[in-house]
Design a protein around this ligand. Structure first.
Ligand code: UD1
Ligand code: CA
Length: 460
């Protein structure tokens, strides 16, 4: 059934080799501020509520297919071999031939495009009744980009940098590679694109000339900031863009009431949230879906990934927290390592050189120095002494350690799992605990001390 003429279809080109990245990974799967380039594009494009989203893949298609598997709304079309951008769009014909309306064409390697810009492009396109609207920007030196050639103010063609004359190379207005297109004349026109250029490719921008020759209207919309339409073509460009995003994120966080001591060294991914009055010290890295509450202090050199942190939490210098949760008022570090699936309770303390993995630490419990707690469930108000180790691995399997509320684990204890320490029980320092300790009991599991009186006197 034909779709209504005001319907919108997104096509994202991502089949190219990305040769200049010199990488085994497809270009659009490189990460920028915690999201892949293609996810950036999908995120801003999805706000247009398109009827369909199609991604053209080719080079390393399998990796892209796997990466886009969580997006069942995204259709993939394979372009093989990759004969140019005009050829890439033609590959979409089978999935869009029964549709009508507008196609918005995006490049998978242009990640900073704002949704507002896309909306402006689409409305201008529709209001003018154009067959093609090209999104353009200007740069003093637009080397590498296709240049917009105008006559009497109107666009007449786009010339690729490699094919341009010296005079054309001085043009500052360039093609962003982003377009709005009317579906009706599109595929027929794409078929008449030739390969008479320096690369022998089917150049999509040739549509400009084809449409003009056919008396169809071609429009342009300019973006103010060329940054927004910058493409990533090399590792250096990726790093340059990451620096821009980083700066933008730091400003956003400060505008929402976060104190950023040194914005230049804050690395906060796109999806990270931080509450007001939290202080972020220099060289803090906040990754993935990390959420930090209000009034926290995150000291220097801390890395927090995919973790939810409550309010008034202090994470001291050089701690790593990964895929875990930390409740209000907890205190972590310096030099703590919180590994995945750990829950640190309210007001709990994790001190220096303490490693936690798949461990639940109850409210107000403390492990302040040099401990390894793995596969453990630890109640409230427990004191875990320095040097305590849960021996959770027998060489084949992992086993659980359970410590009841209010228990006291003396320093240098080994808890050989599976094992339970009851509520309010005590374990003497230096114990190797191999069997359960009943509630309120004192367990001593170490060699008895022998004092040999006067032993040193007889030595010599
Ligand atoms: C393209 C434009 C240029 C514009 C620039 C903006 C052409 C011929 N030139 O140049 O006018 O200034 O973008 O960034 O279109 N792709 C495919 N299949 C192919 C070739 C490319 O899917 O056969 C994809 C790429 O993966 C990429 C996008 O199309 O996502 C653009 O291709 P790229 O080779 O980067 O074009 P540019 O040389 O940057
Ligand atoms: Ca490009």
């Amino acid at each position: 059934m034909p779709s209504p003429t005001n319907s919108l279809h997104l096509v994202i080109l991502a089949a190219g080799k990305g040769t200049r990245m010199k990488s085994q990974r497809p270009k659009v799967l490189h990460r920028l501020a915690g999201r892949t380039l293609i996810d950036h594009v999908l995120a801003s494009a999805s706000t247009l509520s398109p009827e369909t989203i199609t991604v053209v893949v080719g080079h390393q298609a399998d990796q892209l297919r796997a990466a886009l598997a969580p997006r069942p709304d995204v259709r993939l079309v394979v372009q093989e071999p990759q004969l140019g951008t005009g050829h890439a769009l033609l590959m979409v014909e089978p999935v869009l031939e029964t549709c009508s309306g507008t196609v918005v064409l995006l490049s998978g390697d242009v990640p900073l495009l704002r949704a507002d810009t896309l909306r402006a492009l689409v409305s201008h396109h529709r209001e003018t009744g154009a067959a093609l609207t090209v999104l353009t920007a200007t740069l003093e030196d637009a080397a590498g980009y296709g240049r917009i050639v105008r006559e009497g103010g109107r666009i007449v063609r786009i010339v690729e940098h490699r094919d341009a004359s010296d005079e054309e190379r001085r043009l500052t207005e360039f093609n962003s590679g982003i377009y709005a297109m009317d579906l009706a004349p599109l595929f027929d026109a794409l078929r008449s694109i030739a390969t008479s250029n320096s690369q022998g490719e089917y150049y999509l921008p040739d549509l400009v000339t084809i449409y003009r020759d056919r008396g169809l209207r071609v429009e342009t919309v300019s973006v103010d900031s060329a940054t927004e339409v910058r493409g990533v073509n090399s590792q250096a460009e990726l790093a340059g863009m990451a620096a821009l995003v980083r700066e933008r994120r730091a400003v956003e966080l400060m505008e929402s009431g976060v104190t950023v001591v040194d914005p230049a060294t804050l690395y906060a991914d796109m999806d990270v949230e931080v509450g007001p009055d939290t202080v972020l010290h220099p060289f803090v890295t906040l990754e993935g879906r990390t959420r930090i509450g209000a009034g926290c202090e995150i000291r220097s050199g801390v890395r927090i990934k995919d973790t939810v942190i409550g309010d008034e939490v202090l994470v001291r210098d050089h701690s790593v927290v990964d895929s875990s949760s930390v409740a209000d008022g907890a205190l972590i570090g310096p030099f703590s390592h919180i590994r995945p699936d750990t829950e640190v309770g309210e007001q709990a303390h994790i001190g220096n050189f303490v490693e936690l993995k798949k461990t639940k630490l109850g409210k107000g419990s403390k492990a302040n120095h040099l401990a390894y707690l793995g596969d453990a469930t630890i109640g409230t108000g427990v004191n875990v002494g320095a040097g305590t180790i849960t021996c959770n691995y027998d060489g084949k399997k992992k086993h659980q350690t359970i410590i009841g509320d209010g228990a006291f684990i003396g320093s240098d204890t080994q808890l050989i799992a599976p094992v339970k320490v009851g509520e309010g029980a005590y374990v003497a320092a230096g114990s190797s605990i191999t069997s359960d300790v009943p509630p309120k009991a004192l367990a001593i599991a170490r060699a008895r001390q022998v004092n040999k009186d006067g032993w040193a006197d007889g030595k010599e």
